[in-house]
Write a protein that binds this ligand. Structure first.
Ligand code: UD1
Length: 363
């Protein structure tokens, strides 16, 4: 039994950690550290409760500020935790500032790092997440890729040794929590004065929170004008990052077709994705969840995050322009049910078996 220290901090990491922890704790002692990057109860606590994630052993309470401030404060606090806990391995997910801070801290203390969701490259160093991904991959001993294209990227960077194609833990989570999510009646999800009948009318699902789209009010308003002109209501859970901008635009334009909600938990979100007419997003996670559900997605970004989803119009890039978003939404998609580029829902089993083997050999 090894001592594996897992660091999480933001919503997508809670989901992946939930899927993996359940399997990993059968073999190892896990010390769970929450950096505090996401801290509102609907951005953090709700995920721990719904997904039965064990209470974090440490919550560092670090969030906000510039990227450098957040990452620097995390580095210092994590060093203290690593010195106290002396883990055999550090387990990390994805590409947030919490991921980067933990990876840098561990490598300097000679603690081996395992990185889940390794190898994705968006070809944009303007994106803070791309920087986090590249640096984390290069200091990791073990890299777990979700898809073949990620393995090819790792090969190009001479990182094939220690890299494994395992499938996507997000797909494991999506399959595992489907039944629970479907117990939620669709119309109970939107608990607001403005209450469309989602099951009768149908609806679109929008998320938009990335720095690339929200730092410029013109881009955000183009996206909202596109949503306003659709033939069914649009459910839009608003991230705290751009809440004040969204409120400002709503005051100016009084959108009638968009149902603004606070951030939603994971179960509500996958419930909404599964029954949506179409999804519009800038989130890497939601692009995949739409794909898992067979729901067509339009991604408002200028780079491809998940090449495997870009087939048969299942996921198309759009510029943050009303006309382009509407044009992409008008295309029909073709779904081949036998095409499963994210694995078969057993990524976490594979990760645990590789960890067991490597830890026995001595990493
Ligand atoms: C972060 C990740 C991104 C991931 C996203 C998931 C980085 C660089 N980015 O982006 O990869 O897709 O999480 O949602 O790490 N805030 C709150 N309450 C919260 C959380 C955040 O008010 O519970 C505020 C913060 O104080 C900050 C802003 O929202 O002002 C942005 O949060 P931050 O954690 O910096 O980045 P995200 O946009 O959430």
């Amino acid at each position: 039994m090894a001592r594996i220290l897992t660091v999480v901090g933001a919503r997508p990491q809670f989901i992946k950690a939930a899927a993996l922890s359940r399997k990993m704790r059968l073999y190892h002692n896990e010390i769970l550290v929450h950096t505090g990057q996401h801290y509102d109860s609907n951005m953090s606590d709700v995920f721990f409760q719904e997904l039965d994630i064990p209470k974090a052993d440490y919550n560092l309470g670090i969030s906000g500020g510039s990227h450098a401030q957040m990452t620097g404060r995390m580095l210092m606090a994590l060093e203290h935790v690593f010195d106290t806990e002396k883990p055999d391995l550090l387990l990390l997910f994805g590409d947030t500032n919490s991921t980067l801070a933990a990876a840098l801290c561990a490598v300097k203390l000679h603690i081996p790092v395992a990185h889940v969701e390794s190898g994705n490259r968006f070809r944009s160093l303007q994106s803070p997440e791309e920087v986090n991904r590249i640096l984390t991959d290069h200091v990791s001993k073990l890299r777990f890729a979700c898809v073949e294209s990620a393995m090819r990227e790792l090969e190009k960077e001479n990182l094939s040794g220690g890299s494994y194609l395992v499938g996507d833990p997000m797909y494991d989570a999506f399959l595992y929590y489907q039944a629970k999510a479907h117990m939620i009646p669709l119309d109970s999800l939107i608990n607001l004065a403005q209450k469309p009948n989602l099951s009768a009318q149908g609806y679109y699902y929008l998320t938009c929170h990335r720095q690339e789209n929200t730092d410029d009010l013109c881009k955000l308003s183009e996206i909202l004008f596109a949503m306003e002109s659709l033939d069914a209501p649009v459910v839009y859970p608003v991230h705290p990052r751009n809440k004040s901008d969204v409120l400002e635009l709503q005051k100016r334009h009084n959108f009638k077709n968009i149902v603004f909600t606070p951030p939603l938990g994971y179960l509500a979100s996958i419930r909404l994705v599964t029954d949506a007419k179409k999804v519009v997003t800038d989130s890497g996670g939601l692009q995949r969840e739409a794909f898992f559900a067979g729901v067509q997605c339009v991604t408002v970004l200028d780079f491809i995050a998940w090449p495997e989803t870009m087939v048969g119009n299942r996921n198309q890039l759009a510029r943050p322009l009303k006309a382009d978003i509407l044009r992409k939404l008008s295309h029909k998609q073709e779904v081949d049910p036998d095409y499963l580029p994210f694995g078969t829902g057993h990524a976490c089993d594979q990760i645990v078996s590789i960890l067991n083997e490597q830890l026995t050999k001595g990493i």
